[in-house]
Design a protein around this ligand. Structure first.
Ligand code: IVH
Length: 679
């Protein structure tokens, strides 16, 4: 078999297995075999960039190219649906349709998926564009991100699909992924997503499609806004779309009577809790496409469809007290306490009140009968007060606290911020402990101790800051309650081992506000040492890839505080890594006189790093392909125009491995977690 045929074979097979796994949930081969095939295809594509195809299964992993989303007009506006919450309104809808059509009709009942809507365009069976709803008339072109979603076919199964058509549906983040993502964000002190819908739409707008790929979004498609499909009903349209390879929900029913519709609603109101994705209601659609046309549209929504929204589960209970939690950043969260009640299958006795504004909007008094709801969110919230039941006497209005419940400091609230903060970073116990917990966490210094150990050592007066950890002796520890020789030894050993943690992780461990794992990595790569970072100006910081003004200001604020500088000096004195370990790579004139153009993304090095290598070895970086170009250094996702031009001019292609060999740079090794060790 020649190379091109092998590539075609692998692409078709991988797409088929993808469909079996993500759409049918019925894999035929093991993950290992799938990975092997994918690796082979990746290798063949890399070695033969002339066969690049933007819809190849290899493209689902995303790339590092930052996308500024282009706005695109929808061919047919993306309308919303009329919402109802009551059976009465469903009856009204049904009777209205009956009156207008004046003949027999069927209603398709479907689940209303609670994600973010998307419109996909296919041309000759290939996905060419994915656009968000936006304002209904125009949305963002998020094609690169959508291609990473495994249940969305890049190439359709051969069948009778129209040569060009749109299909619409919902992009969803499954509950499991959502919970994991929020857990991870909590660990990294990033703001949590309130529900899977926000998480899905936030993910679709990420600039880096590689990150989108890692978030494991899913999809359900439910509507083809084109007349040119070879069917007469919505039900058949869904079946057709299913046969072309789309993920279409089987939780749908063809109904002829109101009773059948109500049965469907009743069944799914409870059964939906067992689904892996969020749903917030039922959609009713007139089945016949010609009847749909007859009914037509209002300015905002179709007259042939309506959404019934499930009532979020709600209970009424008496507010006992409000307490205040202090987070590790000093943010204060008010929490309502009440007698335990049963809500959406769990016992709840607390609900977040979010911030001072929410409390005053609710005009909350202790003893009030409050409505507690658990909607798409994980954390229950208070949505209202039954004022009719408020006693006329002796009710105490809830006033937001003025001082920190943990350390007594006067709280501050910056302009434009919803939250109150305790400013006593250096003396407020939950803040001090929180910083240490973050410092030792797995993704930071990876010291083998949990939150309880931090609490214990803090309460015993053994540690107040991360630097104190490096002074701990086995003798201090083995005398503690339930601590033995062995656990004391292990902890000291783990602390000692952390001194080898690379600079970028140390930087993350410091807990500078907004400096998460990725930002820390970028800063470490650019500035190379804590001293250089400390001296960096605002412009130098914002001139760094992906560092905006808020992060830059936060870094400057951090280093402007003497106590932070003192902490770093202490950590440095204990032997922590405060600069990047970099073996200076020698220069050469191996590429002297050669002009090289880089296109695409690469496995081992960023484009900037490769450009630096070209220059260090005497070569010149060309910006566009011309007859003066000697080589095209081609990665993945190479720009099609560059590819064509280089081919027509007969320019030699180099892949990353060939290039590195050419200048004598050994290939980096891969670590266990799949990242490359660069230097
Ligand atoms: S049909 C013209 N079907 O609910 C009708 N929509 O306000 C097109 N949704 O924006 C929509 N599940 O994002 C339809 N099975 C379903 C749906 C559904 C969720 C969303 C969609 C739409 C909103 C309606």
């Amino acid at each position: 078999m020649d190379i091109k045929s092998r590539i075609d074979y692998l692409r078709a097979e991988l797409e088929r297995h993808n469909y079996n796994y993500y759409v049918l949930s019925a894999p035929e081969i093991s993950d290992y075999d799938f990975d092997q095939m994918m690796k082979e295809l990746q290798r063949l594509e890399e070695e033969n960039p002339q066969y690049f195809d933007e819809n190849s299964p290899t493209q689902r992993v995303g790339n590092d190219i930052s996308e500024d989303f282009v706005q695109v007009y929808h061919k047919y506006p993306m309308l919303s649906l009329g919402n109802t919450y009551s059976e009465g309104e469903i009856t009204d809808f049904y009777n209205r349709v009956k009156r207008q059509l004046n003949t027999e009709f069927e209603i398709v009942c479907e689940l209303k998926f609670d994600g973010t809507s998307i419109s996909l365009t296919y041309e000759d069976g290939r996905l060419t564009q994915a656009v968000t709803r936006g304002d209904g008339e125009k949305g963002d072109d998020v094609t690169a991100n959508v291609k990473t979603i495994r249940s969305i076919p890049l190439v359709l199964k051969p069948d009778d699909y129209p040569s060009e058509f749109e299909i619409r549906g919902e992009i969803l983040m499954p509950w499991k992924v959502f919970e994991q993502l929020n857990k991870q964000r909590e660990e990294q002190e990033e703001p949590l997503f309130a529900n899977p819908r926000n998480a899905a739409s936030g993910t679709l707008k990420l600039q880096n499609s590689k990150e989108v790929a890692a978030r494991r979004l899913d999809s359900y498609l439910y509507y083809i806004p084109t007349a040119e499909i070879p069917v007469a009903t919505h039900w058949e349209a869904l079946d057709k779309a299913k046969s072309w390879g789309f993920k279409i929900s089987d939780s749908r029913k063809l109904c002829r009577t109101l009773d059948e519709i109500f049965d469907f609603i009743k069944y799914w109101d409870t059964e939906r809790k067992n689904l892996p994705v969020a749903t917030d209601g039922i959609v009713l659609k007139v089945n016949s496409l010609s009847q749909q046309r007859e009914l037509g549209y209002t300015a905002k929504s179709p007259r042939w469809a309506i959404a019934y929204k499930f009532q979020a589960e709600r209970v009424c209970t008496q507010l006992k007290s409000v307490s205040y939690q202090v987070g590790r950043t000093g943010a204060i969260t008010p929490v309502a306490n009440f007698d335990a009640v049963q809500l959406a299958g769990t016992q709840v006795k607390r609900a977040s009140l979010h911030n001072a504004d929410i409390i005053s909007q609710l005009d909350l008094h202790i003893g009030d009968m409050v409505y507690v709801e658990k909607g798409g969110e994980i954390i229950p919230k208070i949505v209202g007060v039954n004022k009719d039941e408020r006693s006329l006497f002796d009710t105490e209005k809830v006033e937001f606290i003025k001082t920190c419940p943990e350390c007594g400091a006067t709280l501050v609230r910056s302009e434009g911020e919803a939250a109150h903060y305790c400013p006593n970073e250096d003396g407020c116990p939950p803040q001090l402990k929180g910083k240490i917990v973050h410092f030792v966490s797995r993704k930071a210094m990876n010291i083998n101790m949990g939150e309880e150990t931090v609490d214990l050592l803090y309460d015993k007066g053994l540690i107040y800051s991360a630097a104190d950890l490096y002074q701990l002796k086995e003798d201090d520890l083995r005398v503690l309650d339930r601590w033995g020789e062995k656990s004391a030894k292990n902890l000291v050993k783990s602390i000692e081992a952390s001194k080898k943690t690379p600079f970028e992780k140390v930087l993350f461990a410091l807990g500078i506000r907004y400096v998460g794992e990725t930002v820390a990595k970028k800063l470490a790569r650019k500035f190379k040492s804590i001293d250089a970072l400390r001296k960096a100006t605002f412009d130098e910081l914002t001139g760094t890839d992906e560092i905006g003004e808020v992060i830059a200001q936060s870094v400057i604020d951090y280093f402007s505080k003497q106590k932070n500088v003192d902490l770093i000096e202490r950590l440095e004195a204990y032997g922590l890594q405060m600069c990047e370990k970099e073996e200076q790579q020698p220069g050469s004139d191996l590429l002297s006189g050669k002009t090289i153009v880089i296109s695409g993304t690469f496995d081992y090095y960023s484009r900037e790093e490769l450009k630096e290598m070209i220059e260090r070895n005497g070569g010149k970086n060309g910006s566009s392909v011309s007859s003066r170009t000697d080589f095209l250094l081609a990665g993945k996702n190479i720009g099609p125009s560059k590819l064509e031009k280089a081919k027509s001019l007969g320019i030699k292609f180099l892949n990353e491995t060939e290039f590195l060999e050419m200048i004598g740079v050994p290939l980096p090794d891969k670590t266990e977690n799949g990242e490359y060790v660069l230097f």
